[in-house]
Write a protein that binds this ligand. Structure first.
Ligand SMILES: NC(=O)C1=CN([C@@H]2O[C@H](COP(=O)(O)OP(=O)(O)OC[C@H]3O[C@@H](n4cnc5c(N)ncnc54)[C@H](OP(=O)(O)O)[C@@H]3O)[C@@H](O)[C@H]2O)C=CC1
Ligand SMILES: CC(C)(CO)C(=O)C(=O)O
Length: 318
């Protein structure tokens, strides 16, 4: 049965791999999509966005509604934030500028509590949501995105003026519905914290080890020692989540491990940040989960060691 959702105006704040991919998918489904860019503005204004997708085939959006300043964007019903988490608080002026008064702002980002630095800077009328993307995409060049595998987005409510759980879930369902109309698997999550911890079961081992060991997923999965490290780190994330009150479903870590064996060789976005000398998302993916677990009385030494090694690398790299 096809789902009918009225088509809102969508703004993409940060058109990189994630913002560009989901923005193009929504535009292809008939949504009115507007893209805020920074370094790639001229290239995208001239040539549009190209997605080379192993799942959907080649896709081009040309012309794309490209902007270098949020002031020039039309008022948006939904804003999808596709920047890295390293500068969330700095995005508030652009978000406020591009948002309708009761807009929904969806952070399509990995990590824990990534909404917290932004929330106090936004008006209460704006709804803030988090989206966990299970996808392998990266930027190949200005306006050029490679999509290797997967694509689902799980959406949860963080904060805003929704008066009760029913109102919150209606907004979350609306968000998931946008993606489903665009042919993307999407689930409404009742608990955003739970969803963020669950996603960390993948990101904590693979993102960090890809940088530390200089290896993509296939090399990491082919070596007995790195397999053990991945499994140990996954088990630690499950422990940390449990200490904080979030039960990761039994078998979930094993499911992600097996899923990764079947994926094409994938270099997580943290590796791309390292290779391009951009700051790593260490605060969101490591420091906050470690601090939350510690506050709940749970030390996670292997994750802490990985975090410290990555900090050393990051400080010398940027
Ligand atoms: N790539 C993936 O497969 C996955 C990524 N994620 C998560 O998604 C998030 C986004 O990652 P990803 O898409 O890979 O990152 P990218 O680096 O590809 O994209 C980030 C984009 O945000 C832009 N940007 C940053 N600040 C601003 C600003 N102030 N104004 C306008 N544009 C801005 C950057 O522009 P500029 O070029 O100028 O820096 C860049 O285009 C991260 O949290 C990541 O962990 C989650 C699942 C999978
Ligand atoms: C887990 C993965 C690779 C999708 O499987 C992903 O979404 C990520 O890189 O954050």
């Amino acid at each position: 049965m096809s789902e009918t959702v009225s088509k809102p105006v969508v703004g993409i704040i940060g058109t990189g791999a994630i913002g560009g991919f989901y923005g193009v998918m929504l535009a292809r489904a008939g949504f009115d999509v507007h893209f805020l860019l920074r370094s790639e503005f001229s290239a995208v204004a001239e040539r549009g966005l190209q997605i080379n997708s192993a799942v959907h085939g080649p896709m081009t959006l040309h012309p794309a509604n490209a902007y270098s300043a949020a002031e020039d964007m039309p008022p948006c019903d939904w804003l999808l934030v596709g920047t890295k988490t390293t500068s969330n608080a700095g995005l508030a002026p652009a978000i406020i500028q591009a948002a309708k008064p009761d807009a929904k702002v969806l952070l399509l980002q990995n990590g824990l509590d990534v909404e917290d630095s932004l929330r106090p800077l936004l008006p209460d009328s704006l709804h803030l949501l988090g989206g966990l993307c299970l996808i392998c995409v990266h930027r190949e060049g200005p306006g050029q995105i490679t999509h290797q595998a997967l694509g689902a987005v799980n959406v949860g409510y963080h904060s805003g003026s929704a008066i009760d759980e029913v109102a919150r879930m209606a907004i979350v369902e609306e968000g998931a519905g946008l993606f489903r109309v665009a042919g993307i698997d999407s689930q409404a999550m009742a608990n955003l914290h739970q969803a963020r911890w669950q996603k960390l079961v993948w990101n904590i081992p693979y993102n960090g080890l890809s940088v530390l060991l200089g290896a993509g997923t296939q090399a990491l999965m082919a070596d007995a020692d790195s397999r053990l490290s991945i499994q140990a780190l996954m088990a630690e994330v499950v422990l940390g989540a449990k200490a904080c009150g979030y039960e990761i479903p039994p078998g979930y870590a094993e499911y992600l491990f097996t899923m990764t064996e079947k994926m094409p060789d994938y270099w997580p976005s943290m590796y791309h940040d390292f290779a391009h000398k951009r700051p790593l998302e260490l605060e969101a993916i490591y420091a906050r989960p470690l601090a939350a677990a510690k506050a709940a009385g749970c030390e996670l030494p292997p994750i802490e060691a990985l975090y410290r090694h990555l900090g050393f690398i990051d400080r010398r790299n940027t």
